[in-house]
Ligand binder design. Structure first.
Ligand code: XMP
Length: 322
């Protein structure tokens, strides 16, 4: 079992020095790859990897078509300022093809995992000659996967999967003993700018917006949840909540628009109070904020006739819907 380092006991300077040495030792004089999504975990790992390997670390942003509005450009621009070159790899077609027709949540996660690690990364690793992928898996990802709650997209060895055999490269996970609060401390100590914690203050899952579409993930349905996500993030930014999101439901509900029946779609808003994502409770948002959310979503997101707010805690709920 992986032993936890709590945020309280974490000495960031020692932690960073140890991990830099470990990465250098493992990679030797070869190249390594890392995937940056712009989230706090992958951003922290990117900085750690660059400190250890410099130009021998190739950082890529996989454009899977499932990210939020403007996200690829924002992430690339931000890291450019930090002196890290990020290569954008367009893999939209592969991801949507893999997700076609799938409605089961765990099958959806599996399709994303396979596209990401086998198809897209397998190709990049082969082209670059790297032997290692460095990624920002954290302890909470492991806990929930091993407990069978949710198959986190980035967990392998704890499930008895050897990445070398399955995908042809090894995976280095420097943050595996930390939880979210610990990762934030390390990220700050590595010089990640406040802007990143601002822009990406809230966690965002590896399967991206696909974790927020109940039922089949299509380009059109992602576009709907992406629009709603933009509104939810803008209106709830000031709450200081741990995480907030829009979820697109599969069931349709009868609505009316301009005096006519409109059999439309439904968006669920979730806003969470949590420290480490293991447990969470809904934020007590004011009714005024809730009304603003509903008003903007109904007005600006085509096809939505119903907006609900989640009031169930985790557990038994989970933070994402898929
Ligand atoms: P759940 O939905 O399991 O989420 O309560 C707990 C935290 O983890 C994030 N999450 C993920 N992060 N890969 C990730 O890197 C995943 O597959 C994944 N699924 C959920 C979620 O956003 C929340 O912060």
């Amino acid at each position: 079992m992986t032993k936890e380092i709590t945020a309280q006991e974490l000495n960031t300077e020692n932690f960073i020095n140890d991990k830099v040495k470990e990465i250098q030792h493992t990679v030797g004089d070869r190249m390594a790859i890392n995937a940056l999504s712009g989230g706090v975990d992958s951003s922290t790992v990117t900085m750690l990897g660059h400190r250890a390997l410099g130009k021998r670390l190739k950082t890529v942003f996989i454009e899977n078509g499932l990210m939020r509005e403007g996200e690829p450009e924002q992430v690339v621009g931000l890291f450019q300022k930090l002196g890290v070159t990020v290569e954008v790899v367009d893999a939209k077609k592969e991801f949507f093809a893999a997700l076609k027709g799938i409605t089961d949540p765990e099958e959806k996660r599996e399709a994303i995992t396979q596209s990401f690690y086998k198809d897209v990364f397998g190709r990049i690793v082969k082209q670059s000659g790297a032997k290692h992928l460095i990624q920002g898996t954290i302890l909470t990802d492991i806990d929930e996967t091993v407990a069978g709650i949710k198959r986190q997209h980035n967990v392998f060895e704890q499930l008895g999967i050897d990445p070398k055999e399955a995908f042809g490269y090894r995976i280095i996970e420097p943050l595996i003993r930390l939880r979210k609060d610990g990762v934030r401390k390390v990220g700050k100590a590595l010089g990640l700018p406040a802007e990143l914690f601002e822009f990406e203050r809230i966690p965002f899952p590896g399967p991206a917006l696909a974790a927020r579409v109940i039922g089949e993930v299509t380009q059109e349905r992602i576009q709907t949840v992406r629009k709603a996500t933009g509104i939810v993030e803008r209106l709830l930014k000031g709450t200081g909540a741990f995480q907030y999101m829009a979820i697109l439901h599969e069931d349709r509900v009868t609505g009316m628009r301009d005096g006519e029946r409109d059999f439309g779609q439904q968006i669920e808003v979730r806003c969470w109070e949590s420290v480490d994502a293991r447990t969470a409770t809904p934020t007590r948002l004011s009714f005024e904020i809730l009304e603003n959310l509903a008003g903007e979503i109904i007005r600006d997101v085509p096809g939505i006739v119903s907006v609900t707010y989640n009031i169930a805690p985790k557990p038994p709920s989970t933070i994402e819907a898929v």
